[in-house]
Design a binder for this molecule. Sequence first.
Ligand code: KG4
Ligand code: ZN
Length: 333
Amino acid sequence: MSIIILAIESSCDDTSAAVIKDGVILSNCVANQEIHKLYGGVVPEAASRAHQINIVPVVDTAIQQAGINKEDLSAVAFTRGPGLIGSLLVGVSFAKSFAMSLNIPMVEVNHMQAHILAHFAEDPKPPFPFLCLTVSGGHTQIVKVTNHLEMELLGSTIDDAAGEAFDKTGKLLGLDYPAGPLIDKYAQLGKPVFEFTEPKVGELEFSFSGLKTAILYFLRKKIKENPNFIEENLNDICASVQYRIVSILLKKFKVAADKTEIKHLAIAGGVSANSALRNGLEEMGKEMGWETYIPRFEYCTDNAAMIAVTGYFKYLKKEFVGQDVVPVARWNV
Ligand code: KG4
Ligand code: ZN
């Protein structure tokens, strides 16, 4: 009999549902929340309210697009954490009641593990062991992946995440949230002519909060000299900031590859949609003789397909949870 799983993702500001059948994604629906643009960042209370509005239609659409009936489902997988508690609560509560009404098991999923396992949604799949640089709005991690569900954290950020560095820079530049995709777009029209220094931290550690402060002081000084500095130099500023963030990420990833002697390198998470990071990793891979794995755009930012893939591997191991499960804001891979 086929294994068909409904997956729910609601850890931050995207409500998503997906259906997977015997390891093959049948549908993946995402509802973005526009409301956060008004505030220049995710407002947790607004996010959980929007999840409440979106979750039923998103699940309905995912089931319809998959061409199945809800009675065909073998289990419900859901993101238990890490993330915003109010947002997670909506998905977890929905998953509990949905599973109970159908009398089927539930599978809890770690959002950061799922970003990595998005690579198993389609070919080519990285062979074990591989390294994954997971870069999102809340995390920046280098992870050694020895099996689908066996991962070791080799390094992470001591303050801001890479996505946060993009988003906070965007706020300083007056760009809409999330600013990552906009900075990427403008950077392609500019040159990295402004220099921002690299942070001095441990070998496999990241730090982005100093960069944010450096950009703030840089802009203040330049605007004093020329009030139109941002408008006149937006593309070059974006190119310079992006150059620095990407060079920090790739440098540390190379250190991890050298230390572990692992030659299969993957990127995951929202920031892996960045064109400079994607091109940079590919070029470095050619130079170093690595095999590199870059996810399709749809699987970079938050989506339930990655929750479905992870849920499927956990289902095969019969790793189920009971109705007493609660969401968690923090949870290591
Ligand atoms: O993985 P994700 O969708 O959500 C979290 O789990 O945080 O990542 C969202 C982050 C945001 O910070 C967003 O600005 C960033 O990914 N992002 C990008 C790009 N697309 C999304 N950053 C740089 N370049 C992009 N093209
Ligand atoms: Zn994410």
